[in-house]
Design a protein around this ligand. Structure first.
Ligand code: GLA
Length: 739
């Protein structure tokens, strides 16, 4: 890993032996992007662009008609100097103008990676793991600096970028747009991958060609949202799951965002990621500094699987934190689909007894446990237990659950308040709203104004009171509506546009405080399912409930899409009843299990009402899962067949020590015309031999990866096959001769 500055060429060269990122200083003041891709030993510049005298191109250097910023590949482009493509930043000076001139000033190389105070970020455990380049751009007239940070990692093929702005003068500056990253690629012949969806339909993969204009993915919902994902991937046309060059950008932030891929008139492509300028603005007063969230850039020449592998490793090891980063995650049972709001102590205990028999390790009481919460119409904000439903309180419930041999967890939705609640009656000014209009309800609830420190303190205290009152080792943190009426009663008129980001800073502060106060608690994020399943949240909560849609077939698609960025260990996935409550589909317990165990396994059903054989089957499933969960939770995950495109889904996991391979194959609908299309496994050792645990037969890694595995057709819908292969030794094994 190295960061070099070439004095003569004026180029910065970041590399880790597998990827390289290069840019330079042009005409003494402008940053010019030069290369981001597979490792090169040196950059001498034979690919540098030529400049021409072109129509409508402004010339910042009066004597040079050929040089224009509109044609320069750039690192952090501005507005008002002749680059008419999408700007990375717009800063308003006190006179209301948006004209600034930030020029390259100097650079600094830092061993390690600086923290982003108050924001989620990729971290290092030792300075030797990473190096950071910090570039200063300065506008002497506006008296301000922009600091661009680039981190390269020894062990991950990623570059993290973030930006800070420093007001060094006396006037107040206003940040109108401040993207965290901007990157210009040569050519426009790319496909762009984004992810869209909605409630119970998260993380659909969209791939389409970039044409001569822009593709924008964004959210203004107050969170990253199920409708959009703060991710944009540029792909070579030939690239696919396993081959070709791809460049992925993922925002480590949970609020509103904008991701842009813009084709330029002279065949260049600009990619940007940052906070959404529609709901972002920031007053930067004298001597203040503002830090924008970071973006992770991943390059892979092994297609999307290669890119996802890097995101997975990096997020699992250097984004997720806390004791559960490395500990295996417990198999849980959640009360929601079994009881919804009609939950009570006796029902929980009967269910817990059954759960314990099945081998479940954690019992989670979902919504409905607190005072007056008989439906979703009331009581959010009043976080005290309902003594009618739980006469001994949460404390006795947790003790009784623990006696059954399980850990105990609980649900909260702390960012919200119901109009029918004591909290709202006492503090009607604590919600996000404009004083001039009635605020809009969604699921009968309002959003608390987390830009107000008093509200944050209340939330921390309310959650802490419950966590301190009983032995609780897990929290499901929900967020079930989006933000309307963007107004804060605690910010002055000129600062209202800061609300969306201040909300996120407030939320991150709350989560950080709770993480520190309760280091043993496993937090799971949720927003009506995967509505806020993003890298920002994973910093505080190492797992997320991937979707309220628990149907096994729909889940195949949702989990497949989610895996573009996030490792299976972060994906809450539960076996639920049939007919499925969301889609009415009947699927076998085997298939429901095979899908749920491909993530972080849980159950969400009334086990007491199941026939004995099914209870027995669940017990066996859980025992099996426990025997292989390290492979699922810590191994490498490879996508093999995409259920969003066809009638099958397939993936395989390879353990960290490469000794175990779990291969899952799903046939969605049964087809009259039966076909034999083997699926080629990935990530195995070509020269090793693998024994199939189910029948003892042995196969070479090369055969499994190149000839593939054909699964027997079954005349049924929604069929699953799970294969466990154990690596035995190098070729020439006498065992295999038998087969
Ligand atoms: C959301 C969650 C569900 C459940 C309910 C409770 O919809 O996604 O899992 O917790 O809230 O109200």
């Amino acid at each position: 890993m190295e960061i070099k500055y070439n004095e003569q060429e004026r180029t910065f060269f970041l590399s880790n032996g597998r990827i390289s990122y290069v840019f330079g200083v042009e005409k003494d003041r402008y940053l010019m992007h030069l290369y981001f891709g597979r490792y090169i030993r040196n950059y001498r510049g034979i690919s540098r662009p030529y400049f021409y005298d072109r129509g409508f191109c402004s010339n910042p250097l009066p004597e040079d008609r050929e040089f224009s910023l509109d044609t320069l590949p750039r690192e952090y482009p501005d507005m008002n100097q002749g680059d008419f493509r999408s700007p990375a930043y717009v800063i308003q000076t006190e006179d209301g103008r948006r004209v600034t001139r930030f020029y390259y000033k100097n650079y600094r190389i830092i061993q390690g990676k600086p923290e982003l105070t108050g924001l989620p970020h990729i971290y290092t455990e030792e300075d030797q793991e990473a190096m950071t380049l910090c570039i200063t751009l300065e506008d002497e007239i506006a008296e301000a600096r922009i600091l661009l940070y680039y981190t390269i990692f020894r062990d991950y093929d990623a570059v993290c970028r973030h930006v800070e702005v420093e007001n060094t003068g006396k006037q107040e500056l206003y940040l109108e747009r401040l993207m965290s990253m901007s990157l210009d690629f040569p050519g426009t012949s790319y496909d762009v991958l984004t992810m869209t969806g909605g409630h119970i339909n998260e993380k659909n993969i969209n791939r389409r060609p970039l044409q001569s204009d822009a593709i924008v993915a964004e959210s203004i919902r107050g969170c990253s949202s199920p409708q959009a994902t703060p991710c944009i991937v540029l792909m070579e046309k030939e690239a696919g799951e396993s081959r070709g060059e791809v460049w992925g950008a993922n925002f480590v932030y949970s609020g509103d965002f904008q991701a842009v891929a813009q084709a330029g008139q002279y065949k260049s492509t600009r990619v940007q990621m940052g906070m959404n300028p529609l709901t972002f603005g920031w007053r930067l007063k004298e001597k203040e500094r503002f830090t924008a969230p970071e973006t992770v850039l991943v390059y892979s020449d092994k297609g999307l699987n290669g890119m996802s592998g890097t995101f997975h490793d990096l997020y699992r090891k250097r984004l997720c934190r806390g004791v559960y980063r490395d500990k295996v995650r417990p198999v849980l049972l959640n009360s929601w689909e079994a009881f919804e709001f009609q939950v009570n102590e006796e029902k929980c205990i009967s269910l817990a007894k059954e759960a314990a028999k099945a081998g479940i390790e954690l019992f989670v009481v979902d919504d409905g446990w607190f005072r007056n919460r008989s439906s979703d119409k009331r009581a959010l904000g009043d976080w005290t237990e309902d003594k009618e439903k739980f006469p001994g309180g949460i404390c006795r419930l947790s003790e009784r659950i623990r006696k059954e041999g399980m850990e105990f967890g609980i649900w909260f939705e702390p960012e919200m308040v119901s109009p029918d609640s004591d909290l709202y009656r006492k503090h009607p000014d604590w919600i996000i709203r404009s004083p001039h209009y009635d605020p809009i309800l969604s699921r009968y609830q309002y959003v608390l104004d987390l830009s107000n420190p008093a509200v944050c303190d209340y939330v921390i205290q309310a959650v802490s009171n419950i966590l301190e009152s009983a032995e609780i080792t897990y929290v499901k943190w929900d967020m079930n509506r989006h933000i309307t009426d963007l107004g804060s009663l605690c910010l002055d008129g000129k600062s209202q546009k800061e609300l969306s980001h201040r909300y996120m800073l407030g939320l991150y502060f709350i989560l950080d405080t709770l993480n520190r106060r309760f280091p043993e608690v496993l937090f799971e994020g949720c927003s009506s399912g995967g509505g806020r399943y993003d890298a920002g949240m994973l910093y505080y909560m190492p797992q997320t409930w991937a979707s309220d849609n628990s149907d096994a077939v729909c889940r195949l698609k949702i989990q497949y899409g989610t895996s573009i960025l996030f490792p299976p260990v972060t994906m809450g996935a539960h076996v639920s009843v049939v007919p499925n409550l969301q889609v009415g589909r009947l699927t076998s317990i085997d298939t429901r299990f095979a899908v749920a165990m491909s993530g972080n396994l849980g159950y969400e059903m009334d086990l007491c009402s199941l026939p004995e054989e099914e209870k027995e089957e669940i017990k066996n499933q859980i025992a099996f899962y426990k025997s292989i969960r390290e492979v699922i939770q810590k191994g490498r995950f490879y996508r093999l067949a995409n259920p969003q495109e066809g009638n099958t889904a397939a993936w395989n996991f390879v353990s960290e020590d490469e000794n175990t391979v779990i291969y899952c194959y799903f046939q969605i609908l049964s087809e009259a015309v039966r076909v034999n299309v083997p699926v080629k496994l990935k990530g195995l050792r070509e020269d090793s031999v693998y024994r199939l645990a189910q029948d003892g037969s042995c196969y070479g890694g090369d055969e499994l990866m190149h000839a593939g595995v054909t699964s027997p057709p079954v005349l049924k819908d929604f069929v699953s096959h799970v294969y466990v292969f154990n690596r035995i030794q190098e070729f020439s094994c006498s065992d295999c001769e038998k087969h």
